[in-house]
Structures are given as C-alpha cells and as structure tokens.
Write a protein that binds this ligand. Structure first.
Ligand code: ZN
Ligand code: FE
Length: 736
C-alpha cells in the first residue's frame, strides 16, 4: 500500500542545504517524488510505504541541516501517482523574495578538519566552506541566493568544485561560495601605500611575521576589515589606542583555541558552548587575575571580550602565531566597519602599516556580534555576524509592509512582511554622515532582498533622532513610539507576552512623553498602552549631551540639587574637579535652565556614582561607568543605601552625601548596586504582575544577576538586544 504526501515548508530553508537533505532522506527511505524551492520555501512530495514515510517525517522534524530553521510545515495527503525516482526539481516560477536569508556563519567542523588535513585538496585553503558554513549575507546581492547573485559570480568553478557543487550527495551541493585554491578568490598582502608584498598562503605567513614584530595590520574578514595586533604586547596595544584615539574602550581578543581562552579567562560551561558555537560571537567573560595578555586591552574592568577564529583565514593566521590577537572592527570612531581596501587606505592611513585584502567583494557589511551569558541564557549586546539578519515568525492579519527604523544609538532596523518580522544586523550610532548612509544602504538591501516597500514607518518620538527625521520625510503613514515603551515591547515580543505587565526600563537616555529625558522608568503596560507609575527623580543634564561624556557634570548637578536643601559642605572636595570659573558657569546654566534638560536615566546615575566613588571623572565609551562600578562590586558587603518611593518619584539624591562619607569605592559601588536591587523589588512587589525588563543598564551583569536571583518572575530579552539595538522590534510590536 503506497501513500503520497506533499509538504510545504517555510523558514530558513534555502541556501542551507535543505534540498539535498530532503533528497538524501528520501533516498535512504526508498521514497520517490521531488523537492523544489518555491516562493515561500521548499515544496516536497514523497511517495512510498507508510513505514518509510513515517521515518522520513521524523527525520524532517529532528535532523535538520545546521543552518536551517523550520517555522512552519503544511502536510497534505494526495492520491499516489506512481513516481519512479526522486529528483531535485528546478523551481518553476520566479522564486519569490520572501524566503529568509541566513547570516554569515563560522567555519564548520568538517571544513576545519579538511583545512588541516594535508591529504585534502583544500588543505590550507583560506576560503574553504560548505553548505553548513561560510559567508551568506556578506556576499548576496539579490535573491534567489544563487552564485550569479553573489560576489562569487566572477569566479568560474574548476571541474572539481563544479562536480561537488552539482552532486546532491555532496556536502557542497549548491554551496554558493564553493571554491578552491585553483578557482577561488586570492589574497594580497600590501603595505598601506599599496605595494604588493605577498600573495595567498605566503601572504598569511608574512602577515603573521609582521604581527609578531609588533605591527598594527588590517585584515579583511567576513563582513569587514579588522584591525589586528599582538594581544600580549603592551607597546603595540598602547600604540593602537593612541592612533585610534581610543583611550580605554576595551578591545576584543581572538584566540586560536578554547584552551587558550581558558588560560586567560574563567569560563562557565554555557560560555564555552557559546564561544565554540557556529555563530562564534564575542563573549564577555571574566578575566583571570593572572593572564598573559596586555593589561591595556580592557583597563579598569574585570571583563574581557573573547572569541575564536571563525573563518578559515583567521584559523590559518592564528595557527602561525604564538599569541592571541586583538581583532577590532576597522573604522574611524563612530563610523561603520570598513569593507573596502580603498576606504581603508584613506581612512586608516597612519593607523595600520599593512593590510591583507582579497578580491571577493563584501557586499553587505557586518560586525562581530557581542553578548554575555546569564546562566544558560544569552544577553545580546550587538547582534550581527552569525545572528542577523534574523527573522521571527509572527502570524497576524496585517497585510501592510511595515518598517521600524529603531533608535539613534546602536541602530538596527526591523521589517514586517508576510508573517515575518526581520531584524537587520547592527548598523551603529547614527552620529556621522557615513553611519547615516550605512543606515540607508542597509534599508536598500532589505528592500531589494525582500521586495519590500514600506507602507507604514514606525519611529521613536525623539525630535532630533536622525531616524525620526528621516521617517517623517518618507511620505508614508507614520507611527511614533516612546523609546522605553519600545524597549519593554521588544522583550514582550520575544517572550510572546500579550497581557498587562510591569515594565522596568533602565537605560541611557530616551525621549519622554513630557519632553524630558527618561531612562529610569516603571510602566504598567500592555501592547496597546502604558502608564508611567514610577521614575527616578529627575536631575539636570548640564550642557545636554556634553554631560554624557563629561560625567562629573552629572555629579555636579546632583550637588547643586542637594545644596538647595542645605549648605552642601561635604562636597567641597568634589568641586575641586572643576575650575572655579567652570563651576560658576555651570551653576548659571543650572539656575537659568539653559541647555540643561531634565533627566531620569539610571545610566546617568551610574555616571554620578562613578564620580562620587572617585574612580572615574569622564568616560570615553558608552557603559564605561557601569562596567567600572560592576568590577568593584564585593559580594560580601550586604549594606545598601536607602532609596525610597515618594508617590511616583524615586528619591535617591541624598545617597550621594553618604557616598561622600563612605569614601571607599568598593563600598560605594556595592552599596549602590544593592540599593538598586532593593528599590526594584520595593516597587515591583506592589504589583501582582509579571516583570519585563529592558534597557542598556541591564547589560550590567552584576545587577541583572542579583535581580534574577531574587525573583523568578522577571523576563529579559535573550535574542533581541537589550539595549537600543532592540528598539526597532519593540516599535514594530507596538504597531501590530
Ligand atoms: Zn563547512
Ligand atoms: Fe534605550
């Protein structure tokens, strides 16, 4: 008795080895029929004995190719029609643009083995890849994802590669970037002036020598260039800091093996798993006290961003080196990652001495992803290579194409079409012309890949965000969402929460409904509305954005507030941080309310605490004060400052007087974090609601872990960035 079934499968099922997987599964179960890519994903028909069909079905649900993801399977039974073989059919109609595109992935275990196998014909081949690994998003120009539509199109396959490419039983069947040393892209090592020094494998060997000698070099990676130098060499790290004008912001370190990472850092099991995953993100982990890395890599903090070599090129380079390397995105501060050698030469002349380039174009830039592990769960801080573009199936009656343009900092965009919400890779801070261009370019990519044309645009309420102003100019329906409400919604979306919750958004800065700056908010909210039920007492941001870097101004503003109540004697010492003339100028600004917006941001309160504890007077990167305070935290200290709720206002300014007396930075930092935990629960306990948290402040792992320890009822985002990188998803969810 034969039966026939037709499957319609949706999800990430194209360009990830899905058809050969189906083909092999059908053959091994003696089933006949066909598989083809269609406009929504993959269509399969199988005919055969019931027992074999059951096996086939089970495999389809359990043994998927590593890069695929099935969102939806529709299965119908049909009359048997007497198939006599199983074939991979050419897709009939024009392949639609709604199939999902996979992000770039790191080298897989099979390719790694072949890379190192002297008998393999791709031994030491720096672009080895297969259907289960390698570039995707970075090489695609348009859909369908076929070689002609990628930056591999100009490389003609040799006979050997072609036979693998065409063989459905081969791991490289339809692996679009397939190549070998005979037919693939080539490497070029050049001086920054452009002189060719070496090619291909010998370019890697020479590059390694240059790094060992203490040079700063650039290397074209998967989604852009990295700046690279020896991570154990203090002098070269200092030189890099000087040349990049990057005094303290931590650099990520790339290692050859997980054992090397363990020698330098404490790793939990879940951290190890994440570091070695196919995504290979940068994972923030705890440094060991004793390690053989330069102390200048992540000064003043106890964390280190580590990752493993993730392309064959990186693997080969690190194999030649004795030490791990700093590998940081090559760009000018605040600009997007550089993908092109000409731009590298003009922008980073004077920073790098040599660069390794190759002749395959990076069509779409992407950065390294950054995350932390909170127990078993991820806390996403920058979602890019390996993770985005990503999609979430979202069944709704909504027929319109909707675009959410996200926030201003750590921007990423999100689209909705055909029951999918798609999140773009990290775009960056939109403070420079190049970043804004990158924003528009990324949007063009998504329009092209998905045949997307927005009928609604959702944006922030901030009148000065680039994205808000851009959105207003597009002439389509506009919908604005408050920044912190969007933060909470992004987390609600990820956890599929559609009920009333208590949302806690602790953040850097965002535009509030009363035209002040928010960032320390408690909302009772659902998907349709929100009510601000508690917030940190506002203070003045003297000079607006200037006090975001010059954080001692935040502290001074708190002192001015306190002085209103008494004489403020205890702060004479702090005032010495300023010139007397500067103090009187700032006092005038404060009194006359000139360029001093009111602000309730917890991120900025962290800044003030960093100043009062005496560890830091100005910051050079976002989140610096939080990381420093966190590294001072002492678990043995149980005391806290008394922060209390007064109506809707959280009163805390008096604690700075106590800090002035406490003096000891560890004591101050610890008591402060404890007091945040304390007030969090004092307020949340008043409500019989699940707690949803989001916002950049919760990247503070010490704080987050303490909250999670005390309550099981807290939802935080895992896949969607908890910082402004997740805003676009929240914006979409608000409109849906
Ligand atoms: Zn592979
Ligand atoms: Fe935010």
């Amino acid at each position: 008795m034969k039966k026939r079934y037709r499957y319609k499968i949706e999800g990430i099922v194209q360009g990830v080895g899905f058809r050969p997987f189906v083909y092999q599964t059908a053959l091994s179960n003696a089933l006949f029929g066909y598989v083809l890519n269609d406009s929504n994903g993959v269509e399969v028909e199988v005919e055969g004995r019931l027992k074999d069909l059951k096996n086939f079905d089970a495999t389809l649900h359990s043994h998927l190719p590593p890069l695929s993801r099935v969102d939806f399977i529709d299965k119908v039974e049909l009359e048997p029609c007497g198939y006599i073989d199983f074939e991979i059919r050419k897709s009939g109609e024009k392949e639609s643009k709604s199939t999902l595109i996979s992000p770039d992935m790191s080298i897989c275990d099979d390719c790694y083995r072949e890379l190192k196998d002297t008998s393999n014909f791709r031994h030491n081949y720096f672009f080895i890849n297969c259907t289960n690994c390698g570039p995707r998003y970075s090489i695609i120009k348009t859909v369908p994802y076929d070689r002609v539509n990628t930056s591999m199109s100009k490389f003609v396959m040799c006979k050997k590669c072609e036979s693998e490419y065409k063989n459905p039983l081969d791991r490289r069947y339809h692996a679009q970037p397939i190549s070998c040393a005979d037919c693939g892209p080539e490497l070029f090592l050049r001086s920054i002036k452009g002189d060719l020094i070496a090619k291909n494998f010998s370019a890697i060997e020479k590059l390694a020598l240059l790094i060992q000698k203490g040079n700063i070099v650039a290397m074209k990676g998967m989604g852009g260039f990295h700046l690279i130098c020896d991570a154990s060499n203090d002098d070269v790290v200092s030189k890099l800091r000087e040349r990049k004008n990057r005094p303290t912001k931590p650099f990520a370190v790339m290692f050859e093996s997980i054992d090397d990472i363990k020698k330098n850092c404490h790793l939990s099991l879940s951290e190890e798993k994440m570091i070695t995953s196919i995504q290979r993100p940068i994972v923030l982990v705890k440094k060991r006290l004793k390690q053989n890395l330069s102390s200048k890599i992540a000064p003043y903090i106890d964390r280190l961003g580590v990752f493993l070599a993730y392309t064959p090129l990186h693997v080969l380079l690190l194999e030649k080196l004795k030490n791990p390397i700093i590998a940081t995105s090559a760009n000018l501060s605040g600009e997007p990652i550089i993908t092109d050698a000409n731009e590298l030469k003009s922008s980073l002349h004077g920073v790098v001495e040599y660069y390794l380039d190759y002749n395959r174009e990076i069509v779409n830039a992407s950065d390294d992803s950054v995350l932390q592990m909170i127990g078993e769960r991820t806390l996403m801080m920058r979602s890019s290579r390996g993770f985005t573009p990503t999609s979430f199936r979202y069944e709704s009656g909504q027929k319109k194409h909707i675009l959410a343009v996200g926030a201003h900092q750590k921007n990423s965009i999100a689209l909705y079409l055909n029951n999918q919400i798609i999140l773009s890779p990290y775009i960056g801070d939109l403070d420079s012309i190049k970043s804004c261009e990158f924003f528009e370019r990324t949007l063009e990519v998504f329009k092209r890949l998905y045949d997307f044309s927005p009928e609604v645009i959702v944006c922030d309420k901030h009148p000065n965000y680039f994205t808000t102003n851009w959105a207003k100019k597009q002439g389509v329906e506009l919908f604005q969402v408050q920044h912190h409400y969007a933060h909470i919604l992004s987390c609600m979306f990820e956890h599929n929460i559609d009920r009333e919750v208590l949302g806690v958004a602790w953040d850097g800065t965002g535009y509030g409904d009363d035209s002040t700056i928010w960032g320390g908010e408690f909302f009772v909210c659902d998907r349709k509305s929100y009510k601000r039920v508690a917030y940190f007492e506002p203070f003045s941001l003297l000079g607006g954005d200037r006090s975001i870097k010059d954080i001692k101004r935040v502290a001074l503003s708190m002192i001015f507030d306190l002085e209103k109540d008494d004489n403020g004697d205890s702060f004479e010492e702090f005032k010495k941080l300023f010139e007397p003339s500067e103090i009187s100028l700032l006092k005038q600004m404060y009194q006359k309310n000139i360029n001093s917006p009111k602000c309730s941001s917890v991120g900025r309160i962290f800044d003030a605490v960093a100043v009062f504890s005496g560890v830091c007077q100005s910051v050079t990167y976002d989140g610096e004060s939080g990381l420093i305070i966190e590294s001072l935290y002492d678990e043995n200290i149980k005391d806290c400052y008394e922060i209390y709720l007064d109506g809707e206002v959280i009163r805390y300014k008096h604690i700075f007087k106590e800090m002035a007396k406490d003096k000891n930075p560890t004591l101050i930092a610890t008591k402060f974090i404890n007091s945040l935990v304390d007030i969090f629960f004092k307020i949340t306990q008043k409500y019989d609601l699940d707690i949803v948290i989001s916002g950049g402040v919760f990247q503070n792992r010490t704080l987050l872990e303490r909250l999670l320890k005390k309550s099981k009822n807290i939802y935080f985002p895992h896949k969607i960035p908890i910082n402004d990188g997740g805003i676009a998803i929240g914006q979409l969810y608000a409109y849906m």
